[in-house]
Design a protein around this ligand. Structure first.
Ligand code: AMP
Length: 311
């Protein structure tokens, strides 16, 4: 049996995107693609044991895109190719691009998907349930015996249409990641701190990481709060996948430790998550995160540590 550092289940998608800087049709996306490329980058950077993907694509999925996963070092034996079309999402961003406006979501092959975790991947150090219907996230949690930490991400759609399932699945993971709007929505409270505490109560403890877009990140850890700014970027082109690459980086960094996650270790993972996500948004789709070099990453990491006094 191979012990994967990180197993990621999530959407593998073709996105149609519109931002004030341009538009793209059928761009490779999905929460598992962004999370996977980001975790794979860190796996290469720190010599980890490997990252696996679990998900489904349709017959229209280009073999070139499977090659992109393989070239990044991602294990794809957990990806099924099923009859029908690949998941599609159409979204746009306006003004400060703080939030995506969803125009269309076509689950397609995800509609009848029953995730099957390959027997060689059932013992990951970290399980990352990227954004997906909560029932599918639950199914993967049931099939795995996680070595260190299970992480779950979600979105407003599931808060709206699968609220009970979502409230159930968040109690089964160690670490929940949401953005500020989702936290306010789930708790039905406009006060972010109060809402975050209410979500953590709903979750019955553990860690909550609240992504706050250009305002950075707020985390609630049993040892206390963490607050960090975003990297001050001038090149915001397409925010798609920012949250997923943030989560993928955090998952891979946490897979390198052992025992309980201390507040200090979480803060260090959040530094990497923030710096990684700042690259994703500089170009459309996965291009920037896929082709990120260790050298340019280290440069920005040092710069961010100086800004935040976290060296
Ligand atoms: P984010 O990191 O939040 O910007 O995630 C963007 C990615 O999420 C896009 O590439 C979409 O394909 C994917 N996505 C959008 N809606 C959903 C959904 N309902 N379930 C799973 N993935 C989604």
């Amino acid at each position: 049996m191979i012990v994967m550092d990180v197993l990621i289940v999530g959407s593998l998608a073709y996105d149609s995107l519109e931002t004030p800087l341009g538009s793209r049709e059928d761009e490779l996306g999905g929460s598992a693609s962004y999370g996977g490329f980001s975790a794979a980058f860190h796996n290469r950077r720190n010599g980890g044991k490997g990252i696996g993907l679990v998900g489904v694509v349709g017959e229209d999925f280009k073999s070139e895109h499977l090659d992109w996963y393989i070239q990044s070092g991602l294990a794809i034996d957990g990806i099924e190719v099923n009859q029908g079309e690949t998941f599609r999402w159409k979204g746009s961003y306006h003004g400060t691009m703080a939030e995506a406006v969803t125009h269309e979501t076509h689950l397609n092959v995800f509609e009848n998907f029953q995730p099957k975790v390959p027997s060689s991947h059932t013992n990951p150090t970290v399980l990352m349930c990227a954004n997906l219907p909560p029932s599918l996230q639950s199914s993967v949690i049931l099939q795995t015996d996680v070595g260190r930490v299970s992480i779950l991400d979600s979105m407003n759609l599931w808060i709206n249409i699968a609220n009970d399932e979502l409230r159930d699945v968040i109690t089964k993971v160690d670490l929940l990641i949401l953005n500020d709007a989702e936290v306010r929505m789930l708790a039905s409270d406009e006060n972010l701190i109060r809402a975050a505490k209410a979500v953590l109560e709903m979750k019955k403890g553990g860690i909550l990481v609240v992504k706050r877009g250009e305002h950075g990140v707020l985390a609630l850890h049993p040892e206390g709060f963490i607050s960090m700014p975003s990297y001050p970027t001038l090149e915001l082109t397409d925010p798609t996948g920012c949250g997923d690459s943030f989560a993928g980086a955090m998952a891979q960094i946490l897979s390198q430790g052992s025992g309980d996650i201390s507040r200090q270790e979480l803060a260090e993972a959040l530094v990497h998550a923030t710096v990684t996500a700042s690259f994703t948004i500089e170009n459309f789709g996965t291009e920037r995160i896929r082709n990120l070099s260790v050298e340019e990453y280290e440069k920005r990491l040092s710069e961010y540590r100086l800004i935040t006094n976290t060296s």
